[in-house]
Design a protein. Structure first.
Length: 375
């Protein structure tokens, strides 16, 4: 028998097998992580979806020949996804030059954030730059072009964002405030592309070294989103927009103000809290929404995935919320239908996360009130 010609890839594959065993025992079957069987059942599906993300975002990544990958959809949810947004990810090299072209159609907001490597293997590390469609030259038809490089001269007078040498990824967010959420409407899509300007040769054939490196980095991501995740409810301290008290929302706060190395958009104010409700209880949130292009609120499970939103109402955006005559809102979170128009259905989840986004508000959003009531 001949020697194995792919020793590095074989070793990485062995590590994948070992990682799956670690994830089975240290994540899926860890009884301390889950409050009810539903959460553990969802863990199996979640890991399958993370394998899909690992393959497409890491194993297929080629910074010299990049392409935008859709991060989430109804069948792949991660890192606090959002039914009113379409997210794209491209792996890039901070020593290269890139151009992004796109066509804004129904989006109420488009942003680009550049990220360095996350120390823990996560999808996106420290913020290295950001720009949104308000900063771009968008023609009457909605088309734009953005150069990403170290030297502004590469843009030839066009729109440009500085590329730091340690940048490894660009994330693009397209937000939609529509009566039917973007992820539920097959007619809604994002037109976007990326090219590397200083590579004009086709991709080389795969090598043992290259695919092993991609596999190993993907496995760091896989472990980060599973066994390295803290237990649900154990985090939040020190994050200004994350309440440490169940069923009580904090004052919304922005990633830009926080300076935290997280993959959130810098133009958004966030607020989040855990919900923990009995079968006959509801969390009632009341407040006002400042003027701005986009707002939404949604429910996540203990894996930071939105709850079912194609067949249930687990999220509401500004076009879907029904307001009181005085412009205030009242939103109910419960397992049972409370008979209110603004109902977020927990889908039998005892606990999870309530997550708010306020995009480019004209004034700082105020803290919503929160009250647990018996149905």
């Amino acid at each position: 028998m001949s020697d194995n010609p792919t020793p590095l890839a074989a070793a990485a594959f062995d590590d994948l097998i070992a990682a799956l065993t670690e994830i089975r025992d240290g994540y899926i079957l860890d009884p301390d992580r889950w409050a009810q069987p539903l959460e553990q059942v969802e863990a199996f599906r979640y890991v399958g979806q993370m394998l899909s993300a690992m393959s497409e975002m890491y194993w297929e990544a080629q910074p010299e020949h990049p392409r935008f990958v859709s991060i989430v959809d109804p069948g792949r949810k991660l890192q606090g996804d959002n039914p009113d947004a379409i997210y794209h990810y491209a792996r890039i090299d901070g020593r290269r030059k890139y151009r992004v072209t796109g066509h804004i159609r129904q989006e109420c907001y488009t942003s680009f954030t550049l990220h360095g490597q996350a120390d823990d293997g996560g999808m996106a590390g420290p913020l290295r730059g950001d720009v949104n469609d308000r900063d771009l030259t968008v023609d009457a038809d909605g088309r734009y072009s953005l150069t990403i490089s170290a030297d502004e001269a590469d843009a030839d007078g066009g729109d440009w964002i500085k590329l730091e040498p340690d940048t490894i990824a660009v994330i693009v967010r397209g937000y939609f405030e529509l009566e039917v959420s973007a992820q539920n409407d097959s007619e809604v899509h994002v037109d976007i592309d990326i090219e590397c300007l200083d590579v004009d040769t086709p991709p080389p054939p795969l090598s043992d070294e290259f695919i092993a490196e991609r596999m190993s980095e993907g496995l760091r991501f896989l472990r980060q989103v599973t066994t390295l995740q803290g237990q649900f409810g154990a985090s939040g301290a020190g994050v200004p927009f994350a309440s440490t008290e169940p069923n009580v929302l904090p004052k919304p706060f922005s990633f830009r103000d926080s300076g935290l190395p997280v993959p959130g958009a810098a133009d958004i104010h966030y607020a989040m809290c855990r919900f923990d409700l009995g079968p006959d209880e509801a969390l009632v949130m009341r407040g006002t929404i400042p003027p701005g292009p986009f707002v939404n609120v949604m429910l996540w499970n203990s894996h930071m995935q939105t709850l079912e939103y194609r067949g249930r109402s687990s999220s509401l955006n500004g076009a879907q919320i029904q307001y009181e005559d005085d412009g205030t809102f009242e939103i109910w979170v419960s397992a049972k239908d409370p008979g209110h128009a603004n109902w977020l259905d927990t889908g039998s989840h005892q606990r999870g996360t309530v997550f708010w986004r306020f995009l480019l508000p004209e004034e700082d959003p105020q803290q919503p009130t929160s009250e647990v009531v018996t149905l």
